[in-house]
Design a protein around this ligand. Structure first.
Ligand SMILES: Cc1cc2nc3c(=O)[nH]c(=O)nc-3n(C[C@H](O)[C@H](O)[C@H](O)COP(=O)(O)OP(=O)(O)OC[C@H]3O[C@@H](n4cnc5c(N)ncnc54)[C@H](O)[C@@H]3O)c2cc1C
Length: 424
C-alpha cells in the first residue's frame, strides 16, 4: 500500500481542483471516490452545460455567508475563468452566467482529469471510505475495516447529500467519516429544490409565470432532523416580520407545488407561507382600476376572459374559484368593488402554504455540513487538526443557483490543495 503526501476524498469539482493544486506543487496525490466515475455530479450541472461561474457577486449570493464571501473576494469568476483557461477550457458569458464554449459539462470534467493524469495523480474509484484513523504519520483510510490508503495530509471534498442518483452518499455514510474525525457538523437538509405546498395544485399544474416571490423568513427554534429524502420543518416559535426575502424570476406550478430557480433559491429559508405576485408589471391599485373599467366597458364578457387579459387562463380560473368561489363563466358585471379588490389582491399576493421540501433526490445543494467556524479561511485547514483540510460543498457554504456553488467548489478546492501541499 502506497503512502501518499496527500489523499483527497471526493472526485468532484472541489476534490479535482484540490488535486491539481497539490500535484502542481510536486506532491504525490491520491483521489478516492465511491463512484465508478470521477466528476459524476459535474457532468449533470447546468443541464449538462455546466454553469461554472457568475460575474455578479454580492453577499446574498451566498446567503450572507461571510466565510464564503471573504474567501472568494469581489471577482471570483475571473479566478475560475483563468483556472479554466489554463486547463484549455474557453468560456463564454450569457448575462453574467459563465459556461464552457462547448456548452458541454464533459469538457470541464475531461480537462480536469487530463491535467491530473499529466501530473501523475492516482485515482481510486468505487471506494467508499467509512473510517479514518489519525496517527503520528498522518491519516489512514479504511473501507469495511480494510486499510485502503494512508497520507500525511487529508483533504475532505465529500460534497453534500443532494442528488443521490449521481452518487451522493447517504447521511449515515457521510457522518461515519465526520464522526471518526470528531468534526463539528451542522445538520444537513436539502436546498435548491422544489417546494411541496399544502394546497391542491392540480388545476394549475404546468403553468409558468414570471413573478415576484416573497417570504417572511422565520427563525426556527430548531430544525427537525429527519435524515431522509423528504425533510420537514418544525412549527415556528418566533416570526421576525422584518425579514422579508423577495426575488423575481420564473415560477413553475406543478401538481405537487412550486418549482423554478427563484423557488430553488427560496428553499434555503424557513418559512410557512410563500407569496407570488403573478403580475409584477402592475400595482394592485392599477389592476383594480383596470378591472373596474373593464366592468363598465365590457360588461358582457366573463370574469375569466377579462382576467385572462392579464394572466394565464388556467391561473385566472384557479384564482376566481379559490378566492371568490364563483363560476369563472359569470359576467364581469356581476363583480362588486370588494370582489374586484379580492381578485386584485390575490393576483398580487397569491399565497401558498409550505408543507415540505421535495428532498435530496431533486435538490442541487445541501444546507449544513462541516461548520466553517472550525476551518481556517486562509488555508481551509480544520482548526486544531494538523494536516486536515476541507473544501467545496462538504462545508456549510451554499450559493444560489447561477454558478455560485461550482465557483465555491473550484476556488475553495484550489486553496485547500495548495495549502496542503505547501504545509508538508
Ligand atoms: C443536477 C445538479 C445541477 C447543478 N448545476 C449547477 C450549476 O450549473 N452550477 C453550479 O454552480 N452548481 C450546480 N450544482 C451544484 C454543484 O454541482 C455542487 O455544489 C458542486 O458540484 C459540489 O462540488 P464538490 O466537489 O464539493 O462535491 P461533489 O461534486 O458532490 O463531489 C463529492 C464527491 O465525494 C464523494 N464522496 C463522498 N463521501 C465519500 C466517501 N466517504 N468515500 C468516497 N467518496 C466519497 C462523492 O461520491 C462525490 O463524488 C448542481 C447540482 C446538481 C445536483
Amino acid at each position: 500500500m502506497i503512502h501518499y503526501d496527500i489523499c483527497i476524498i471526493g472526485a468532484g469539482a472541489a476534490g479535482l481542483s484540490a488535486g491539481i493544486a497539490a500535484a502542481e506543487h510536486g506532491r504525490s496525490v491520491l483521489i478516492i471516490d465511491k463512484n465508478k466515475k470521477a466528476g459524476m455530479k459535474l457532468y449533470a450541472t447546468g443541464n449538462g452545460r455546466c454553469n461554472i461561474a457568475n460575474s455578479h457577486m454580492a453577499f446574498c449570493c451566498y446567503y450572507d455567508n461571510s466565510f464564503a464571501c471573504e474567501l472568494l473576494g469581489e471577482t471570483p469568476y475571473l479566478d475560475v475563468i483563468s483556472f479554466m483557461e489554463k486547463l484549455g477550457v474557453k468560456c463564454y458569458s450569457k448575462n453574467g452566467y459563465y459556461y464552457p464554449c462547448s456548452n458541454q459539462a464533459s469538457t470541464v470534467v475531461w480537462a480536469l482529469l487530463d491535467r491530473l493524469r499529466s501530473l501523475n495523480t492516482d485515482f481510486l474509484q468505487n471506494t467508499m471510505i467509512d473510517d479514518i484513523v489519525r496517527d503520528s504519520k498522518g491519516y489512514r483510510l479504511f473501507k469495511n475495516n480494510k486499510e485502503i490508503a494512508s497520507s500525511d495530509k487529508l483533504i475532505l471534498c465529500c460534497g453534500g447529500l443532494s442528488a443521490p442518483a449521481l452518487g451522493a452518499p447517504s447521511e449515515e455514510d457521510m457522518f461515519k467519516i465526520y464522526s471518526s474525525l470528531k468534526l463539528k457538523v451542522n445538520v444537513p437538509s436539502p436546498m435548491l429544490c422544489p417546494i411541496i405546498t399544502k394546497e391542491d395544485m392540480t388545476k394549475i399544474s404546468g403553468v409558468r409565470v414570471n413573478a415576484r416571490v416573497s417570504i417572511n423568513k422565520i427563525h426556527l427554534s430548531g430544525i427537525e432532523h429527519k435524515g431522509h429524502d423528504i425533510s420537514s420543518k418544525k412549527i415556528p416559535e418566533t416570526i421576525d416580520h422584518d425579514s422579508i426575502i423577495a426575488e423575481e424570476g420564473e415560477v413553475q406550478f406543478t401538481d405537487y407545488g412550486l418549482s423554478g430557480i427563484v423557488i430553488f433559491n427560496m428553499s434555503y429559508y424557513d418559512f410557512d407561507k410563500i407569496y407570488i405576485d403573478i403580475l409584477p408589471e402592475m400595482s394592485e391599485e392599477e389592476l383594480s382600476e383596470s378591472l373596474k373599467i373593464f366592468r363598465e366597458n365590457n360588461s358582457s364578457r366573463s370574469i375569466h376572459a377579462i382576467l385572462n387579459g392579464f394572466i394565464n387562463d388556467k391561473m385566472a380560473e384557479y384564482i376566481i374559484i379559490r378566492y371568490l368561489e364563483k363560476s369563472p363563466k359569470e359576467s364581469i358585471s356581476s363583480l362588486s368593488d370588494d370582489e374586484i379588490s379580492i381578485l386584485s389582491s390575490a393576483i398580487k399576493k397569491l399565497s401558498f402554504t409550505f408543507d415540505r421540501l421535495y428532498g435530496y433526490q431533486h435538490s442541487q445543494a445541501t444546507k449544513g455540513g462541516i461548520s466553517t467556524d472550525s476551518v481556517n479561511i486562509n488555508n481551509m485547514s480544520v482548526k486544531n487538526e494538523h494536516g486536515l483540510f476541507a473544501a467545496g460543498e462538504a462545508l456549510d457554504v451554499q450559493g444560489k443557483c447561477g454558478g455560485y456553488n461550482l465557483m465555491w467548489a473550484f476556488l475553495s478546492g484550489l486553496r485547500a490543495g495548495e495549502a496542503a501541499a505547501k504545509d508538508i
